[in-house]
Design a protein around this ligand. Structure first.
Ligand SMILES: [Mg+2]
Ligand SMILES: [Zn+2]
Length: 184
């Protein structure tokens, strides 16, 4: 059996974009994010969080600060009874030219533990162009949410006249509602 997954961005998609968050007090869930993840799980999708955290590589966020933000985020997910199947972060500076910073795909195999994933039936969701390009690179479907930098990204996309396919949703819950149910 193949699994389908949603690869979720963190900042600007699940929690408010605080521009290099350093403190657990800056971890604020975006409205409808929890409800969206819950519905995705009920529909049968694995949930993975894939996030670029270049603030660490830039020296803006210390390891301990990153950890306190991550732990607070996990605590909020746990309180809401959301099960995340895997987390993966890229800490590199963009100039490092690593292969794990989105839209590159090297973080993806790290999270799913050899489970067979059908990318064709999987989705990425985020507020930036790199989240949509990730979908393109994986052969998945890209979804833009208008939280975080989503509206600016929408303008960027209109001006850039991108060729790839993506869908736009006001928030994560409306995206989740649009997903086909894969549990029979
Ligand atoms: Mg984001
Ligand atoms: Zn990286």
């Amino acid at each position: 059996m193949n699994y389908a997954a949603v690869f979720l961005d963190r900042d600007g998609t699940l929690i408010e974009d605080m521009h290099y968050p350093k403190d657990s007090n800056q971890v604020i869930l975006i409205p409808n994010a929890i409800e969206g993840m819950k519905l995705m799980g009920e529909k049968g999708y694995l949930l993975f969080i894939i996030s670029n955290q270049s603030g660490v590589g830039r020296g803006i966020i210390q390891d301990s600060e990153f950890k306190s933000v991550h732990e607070k985020f996990c605590e909020l997910l746990k309180q809401a009874q959301i099960k995340i199947d895997g987390f993966a972060y890229c800490f590199h500076h963009p100039d490092d030219n690593c292969r794990c910073r989105k839209p590159h795909t090297d973080l993806i195999p790290k999270v799913f533990n050899q489970k067979p994933i059908s990318f064709k039936e999987s989705f990425t969701v985020g507020d930036k162009l790199s989240d949509l390009e990730l979908a393109d690179n994986l052969g998945a479907k890209g979804c833009l949410v208008l939280s975080g930098k989503g509206e600016a990204t929408q303008v960027e996309l209109n001006n850039a006249n991108r060729q790839f396919q993506y869908a736009i949703f006001p928030d994560l819950l409306s995206m989740a509602k649009s997903l086909p149910c894969i549990i029979s």
